[in-house]
Design a protein around this ligand. Structure first.
Ligand code: TRP
Ligand code: ZN
Length: 909
């Protein structure tokens, strides 16, 4: 920590971290054409020599005598030498402060040599150059390069990098950086070096190096134009038997991007390195991705089917960034969704094209609703292109990623696949090797399609989830159905007045017997006789008339979730009907969710008011029909059997009756289990029962998904031993991690010896597999009981808990705060205090992780007074610590600000 930060030891609320604003963007004063880096790798004192060719930016706005200003983090850098055109710089020509180095009187073009010393071993922030599992690795997005050397660390400065690494031959046999290998050789008896060159100009955030002793799995891939690419997956030697699947996923991704978008890889090498300590999922550094082990390692006995899916989609995501993010990068960080939203959309399309489109859509929508909608409804709400931030790392959010992907999807829906594909191509060609903005993206899409996207652009600027209301009126004489559709977006911090958005709204129609009817929109030739019509909503209130509609037909709305909006609850009869008959499987699932959500909210209100609630027979029968439907993909049936989560339900009832929601959901599950036990057991057995094979094909995965959903459901009825015995048998016989962890999850809410015994055996067996140990910690954190607070608190002292490892912290503390409302929101505030303690303990060591953990505490607005007060008091407690990081500061500030009045994170005057 620098003295400057320590000296600021005042109360955080008066501390000032200035926001950065999109409206203040200025082009860089200086450009860097090339940078040559030499690293002398030593654990605690690595020397970094940087030689950059600097040139005044002809497009810059600064006066001709403007100084050169480079970013550099004084906390991490020791400047040991600086030379300009070979001459050592006089002390009065330059000055450094906390975050920069300024050089006065610089010529038009010159060569700057800078030498810094850094300490990778002491780098616990996992940003810049650090060590993980004994490996040297880097993480530079968003602003980690300034912790390595002084440099214009902004995405619109693109340079050609040449990198030489020197390290111990024994501890670092492998020396990697971006691009293609150039040369290598000896440097004394125990040292060696390697040089890499990346021909593609790139911003500093895409720089990477890796050095260490790693086990490599290699293959080649020949692109469709004939380039032979060497593919490497590098993992710690102990993980060598878990990298094969990642390699297959990479080849599959490369092929898909060629087939779907004609995009090929552009270097001779593509390497993926897996490290155990990582702040996020993975990083798309050019030609040298660095991954969290969680998204690379997979073996049937250690990784679940859902882990496999995670590996495949993150490998795909980072690979797809090679075009959307790397070849065309961002002008500034406000444009983050330009690469992230687009790349999430691309990885979702990949998963849909290569797997089940309906199941993928359901998973994406479930995630959007449970993670992004709450963000949009709370004090950290922001548009997918924010207009100010204090710490950019706080903006790698579900809004920028997941809602960003929904915005791309809407654009695709509006202009059609053909125009979209041409628009993407135009955008990539036009901005190749450059840095782009949302305006550039929309201009390309507008040009190819001829569509007017000016109204649509508001999605990039306006935060909040629109609420859509629909009223129907049928005119039997004219056979017309009139829909009166309203949209409204509630205020979000800094945006009190919302405008109507351009919303693609999809509509289907069913006759009373459940058969699909063609949809014809009156006055809209493009929407005649469609199975699903898409209309553009653009006003706060508008009417849509459907022609040729018989009496008692049923409309199916928002098919495929054509826009990220909240549809007002529909009538139960309609929902039961759609759930049984909608030809669109997504809509069937959605109708079921909507139905159950309405019922469970009613139950929660009844229970809150002291009453009792039960499911009526028609609902039980509807569930039974789903369980018994052998014509449906079992993976879909599994999705249909999962009730909306407690967090989902909490979004619809104020103040949130935490315990009553829990009681309502658990009660309903228990009731379904009790009423349908025989049917559930027989389907469970038919799907393979407690013993199962380890086959990883899609059909087997779907089968396991349903089987294990049923097992969990059976165990919701704790008055009966059937589920428990099946789960115990499954725990003993499982040959896959999917079945093994599912058995433990099923047992997790039960009491009795089985649960404890199987959990203990599990930990005993897997204590050397970090990713499996994470699962064990999550099981403890997920136990839905108020006493979990004490259990989690005690587990912080477990010999396998490690505050330095983000995966471990997330598996215990993150899961506790995000997925266990009855414990985290315990009335006495113990859950909130526990989280605050951990945040304070992690704040300095890893501000990014600490800030991510802070988010749940900012959402106190919808809780009762006692809970709201305890959450605010936890935030105040955090804000009082002397060395509060910028990251945590921004969240605490947003959390404590009056949500409506002062949401743009302006520091108080
Ligand atoms: N760009 C990365 C991705 O989406 C994620 C990322 C951003 C990241 N910042 C990071 C990963 C910091 C690790 C650490 O794939
Ligand atoms: Zn990404």
């Amino acid at each position: 920590m620098s003295d400057a930060v320590a000296a600021e030891g005042q109360d955080a609320v008066s501390r000032s971290f200035e926001p950065v604003r999109l409206s203040d963007y200025r082009p860089p004063d200086h450009l860097i054409d090339t940078i040559d880096l030499v690293f002398h790798l030593e654990p605690t004192a690595t020397r970094v020599m940087a030689r950059m060719a600097v040139r005044r930016n002809p497009a810059g706005t600064a006066p001709a005598d403007a100084p050169l200003v480079l970013d550099g983090d004084a906390d991490s850098l020791t400047l040991t030498s600086i030379r300009l055109d070979g001459e050592p710089l006089d002390e009065n020509r330059y000055v450094t402060d906390d975050s920069s180095l300024t050089v006065q009187d610089v010529p038009e073009t010159f060569v700057l040599d800078i030498e810094t010393r850094i300490d990778p071993q002491a780098n616990t922030e996992l940003s810049g150059l650090y060590r993980s599992g004994g490996i040297y690795c880097t993480q530079c997005e968003a602003q980690g390069f300034r912790r390595i050397t002084y440099y214009p660390d902004r995405p619109d400065v693109l340079a050609v990098f040449t990198v030489t690494l020197m390290g111990d031959r024994s501890s670092c046999p492998l020396l990697l950086s971006n691009g293609n290998p150039v040369d290598r050789g000896d440097a004394g008896p125990d040292r060696h070096w390697a040089t890499w060159h990346d021909p593609h100009p790139k911003p500093a955030y895409l720089f990477a190096l890796v050095a260490g002793d790693l086990a490599t799995l290699t293959d080649t891939y020949t692109t469709r134009s004939g380039r032979a690419v060497t593919l490497n997956i590098h993992v710690l030697p102990r993980d060598a038997d878990k990298s094969a699947f990642a390699l297959e996923a990479l080849k599959k991704s490369m092929k898909w991007d060629e087939d779907r978008f004609g995009l090929e890889y552009d270097l001779d090498v593509y390497s993926i390195v897996a490290v155990p300590d990582f702040n996020m999922g993975a990083m798309e550094n050019k030609g040298l991705n660095v991954f969290n082990t969680k998204y690379v390692l997979a073996r049937p006995d250690t990784a679940t089917d859902s882990d496999y899916h995670g590996v495949e989609s993150v490998i795909a995501h980072e690979y797809f960034h090679n075009w959307t993010g790397n070849r065309v990068t961002l002008r500034d960080w406000f444009q983050l969704s330009l690469k992230e939203g687009l790349t999430v959309w691309r990885d979702q399309e990949f998963s849909s094209d290569t797997g089940s489109r309906a199941v993928e859509r359901i998973k994406a929508v479930r995630r959007l609703r449970s993670v992004q909608f709450p963000e949009d409804a709370g004090p950290t709400a922001h548009p997918i292109r924010p207009d100010s931030y204090i710490e950019i790392n706080n903006f790698y959010t579900p809004t920028v990623y997941e809602k960003g992907a929904e915005v791309v999807r809407m654009l695709h829906t509006l202009i059609g696949d053909d125009a979209f594909t041409r628009g993407l191509k135009l955008y990539l060609e036009r901005h190749d090797n450059g840095a782009a903005t949302v305006e550039d993206w929309l201009a390309a899409m507008q040009e190819v399609s001829g569509a007017d996207l000016s109204h649509f652009k508001l999605w990039y600027e306006q935060a909040g989830t629109p609420r859509i209301g629909v009223e129907e009126s049928h005119d039997a004489a004219n056979r017309q159905l009139t829909l009166t559709i309203t949209q409204e977006t509630a205020p979000t911090p800094g945006q009190p007045d919302k405008r109507p958005l351009h919303i693609p709204f999809s509509i289907g129609l069913l006759d009373p017997s459940g058969r699909p009817l063609p949809v014809t929109i009156d006055g809209d030739a493009a929407n005649a006789e469609r199975e699903t019509a898409v209309v553009s909503l653009t006003r706060a209130r508008q009417t849509v008339v459907l022609n040729d509609v018989p009496e008692n037909a049923a409309v199916s709305l928002l098919r495929g979730f054509s826009a990220p909006v909240n549809l007002a609850p529909r009538g139960r009869e309609r929902l039961l009907f759609l759930m049984a008959h909608d030809p669109d499987t997504f809509s069937r699932w959605d109708a079921g969710q909507d139905l159950m959500s309405g019922i469970l909210i009613d139950h929660a209100a009844t229970i809150r008011d002291g009453g009792t609630a039960d499911l009526d027979d028609r609902v039980i029968e509807a569930v039974e029909r789903i369980v018994s439907d052998e014509t449906l993909d079992p993976a879909l049936v599994a999705e249909m059997l999962v009730l909306p989560s407690e967090t989902d339900l909490a979004q619809h009832i104020r103040p949130i009756p935490v315990e009553a929601i829990h009681a309502a959901r658990t009660g309903a599950r228990s009731r379904i289990a009790a009423r349908l036990r025989d049917r559930l057991v027989s389907r469970y057995q038919a799907l393979g029962g407690p013993s199962a094979d380890a086959n990883l094909d899609a059909a087997q995965m779907a089968r396991r998904a349903l089987k294990n959903t049923i097992l969990a459901l059976l165990n919701a009825d704790t008055t009966d031993a059937t589920g428990r015995d099946l789960a115990a048998a499954q725990a003993e016989n499982a040959t896959t991690m999917t079945d093994s962890i599912a058995a433990l999850i099923a047992l997790n809410e039960t009491d009795g010896p089985q649960r404890d015994r199987h959990q203990a055996e599990f930990l005993d067996r897997w204590r050397d597999e970090a990713l499996v140990v994470d699962k064990w910690f999550s099981l403890q954190a997920m136990r839905l009981s108020p006493a979990t607070v004490e259990a989690v608190s005690a587990l912080r002292g477990h010999d396998l808990y490690a505050r330095t490892n983000p995966n471990r912290v997330r598996s215990l503390i993150g899961v506790f705060a995000a997925a266990n409302p009855v414990a985290f929101h315990r009335q006495d505030g113990a859950g909130h205090r526990l989280l605050a303690e951990e945040i304070k303990a992690i704040n300095r060591a890893n501000p990014q992780l600490a800030a991510a953990l802070t988010k749940p505490l900012t959402r106190w607005q919808h809780h009762d007074a006692t809970r709201a007060e305890s959450m605010k008091s936890a935030l105040r407690d955090i804000s009082a610590i002397p060395d509060l990081s910028r990251n945590v500061f921004e969240l605490v500030k947003r959390g404590l600000d009056d949500a409506d009045a002062n949401g743009d994170a302006r520091p108080p005057a």
